[in-house]
Design a protein around this ligand. Structure first.
Ligand code: CP3
Length: 355
């Protein structure tokens, strides 16, 4: 257990009273906390500068570089939480999967996983495989002080979609062919990925992450009955594996309006909502006992200041009366976003919600 957590009976930690963790716990907050998915990345000139000549996956293995990149948006925008700089495919790379992140494309897998023999290539993840993660988080928590660090991982379905397709996919046809055509192999693959993911999140929490987010970015491609039958058991296994640490668990996917209740049911404390469902309606779908995170359309940041402020106002109005609300975008920051628009947005949410 790291000094950064506060399970029952433990003394409070440096980040315990932060607005972000209070909102996750559905406690009263001094202001609505804000952070952005993909806040560290190409929208920032200081990111592009330090990344020059360093391939994406290599940058994730350099603790000093990871620390610098993770801190950049905290310094610039004054967000209420940092998100650990890495990628969802890092644990897969760490266990020897032959993959790379191609600029402008995304993760690409040399030999896709489609048979039982392929599945045998996915071995367990040990903390030693990702020793640079614990090292970077040690550096980071020392620098961050009272600002919480969010650890993260890809959820089994989204990881499987990259592994089975061999790269990004619009229709997920190979993934669905496996899911419907060989349910046992599919279940075994997702279970394997759940174990890898749980091990990766444990490394981050034990090193000092104050919360974790499970990104199931592409799960909105599924109907609820298929999600419940073929995906939820694996995601629930991940949440269950880290429940004992007492750190908030956030669950997010895109296009998941029909799945919001199930995303909560899988074991999350906080459900991330994209921009397609207003937060008050999302709260009805998720039900009581969960905080919500979201949900400004990242593309709105390309419009006028007035338009951004109006949309922000709509979201805050829909969030009135939620048990807990963390302001975020409905998906990641788009690379060509004007950084000042993000800084203004943080200020605007803080000012309007100051209590
Ligand atoms: O600030 C943060 O949010 C932390 C960093 C972060 C990255 N990837 C860094 C990154 C996080 C949380 C992720 C998660 C991730 N990676 C997801 C889930 C979130 C989501 O957006 O739905 C997914 C689906 C991936 C897979 C992936 N990796 C994609 C689709 C891409 C973009 C490809 C491209 O070039 O457009 C990546 C690469 C990646 N991951 C970049 C960054 C900053 C861009 C590469 C670069 O800067 O060179």
């Amino acid at each position: 257990m790291s000094a950064n957590q506060n399970p029952a009976g433990q003394p409070p930690t440096a980040t315990y009273d932060s607005a972000f963790l209070k909102a996750c716990r559905r406690e009263p907050v001094p202001h609505t906390p804000v952070w952005f998915m993909r806040q560290a990345g190409r929208s920032l000139p200081e990111y592009r500068k330090v990344r020059e000549g360093v391939p994406m996956l290599e940058s994730c293995t350099r603790p000093e570089l990871v620390t610098e990149i993770t801190l950049q948006p905290v310094r610039r925008h004054g967000v209420d939480a940092a998100i650990y700089f890495s990628d969802i495919v890092v644990p897969l790379k760490a266990i020897g999967v032959d993959l790379d992140i191609k600029p402008g494309v995304g993760p690409v897998v040399e030999r896709p996983i489609r048979t039982r023999a392929d599945l045998a290539r996915l071995r367990d993840l040990t903390p030693e495989d990702v020793s640079y993660v614990a090292e970077a988080i040690g550096l980071l928590t020392a620098e961050l002080g009272e600002t919480p660090l969010i650890g993260f991982a890809g959820a089994p379905f989204t990881l499987a979609s990259y592994l089975v397709e061999g790269g990004p996919s619009r229709n997920h046809e190979h993934t669905k062919a496996l899911m419907y055509g060989d349910p046992q192999l599919w279940a075994d693959l997702l279970d394997r990925l759940a174990e890898i993911t749980a091990a990766f999140l444990k490394v981050q929490i034990e090193a000092g992450a104050s919360a974790v987010q499970l990104f199931d970015s592409w799960v909105g491609a599924l109907a609820p009955a298929d999600y419940r039958r073929s995906v939820m058991p694996a995601s629930a296994k991940v949440f269950e594996a880290v429940a004992g640490y007492g750190v908030p668990r956030i669950h997010f996917g895109v296009g998941t309006g029909e799945l919001l209740g199930l995303l909560g049911e899988a074991g999350a404390d906080v459900v991330g909502v994209d921009w397609r469902v207003p937060l008050d309606e999302a709260a009805r779908r998720v039900g009581p006992g969960k905080a919500l995170q979201g949900n400004l359309d990242p593309a709105v940041l390309f419009s006028s200041r007035e338009a951004v402020e109006a949309k922000t106002g709509e979201i805050l109005a829909a969030a009135e009366g939620l048990e807990g609300h963390i302001f975020n975008l409905g998906h990641g920051v788009l690379p060509s976003t004007e950084p000042d628009a993000l800084t203004r947005l943080v200020e605007d949410v803080h000012t309007r919600t100051a209590r």
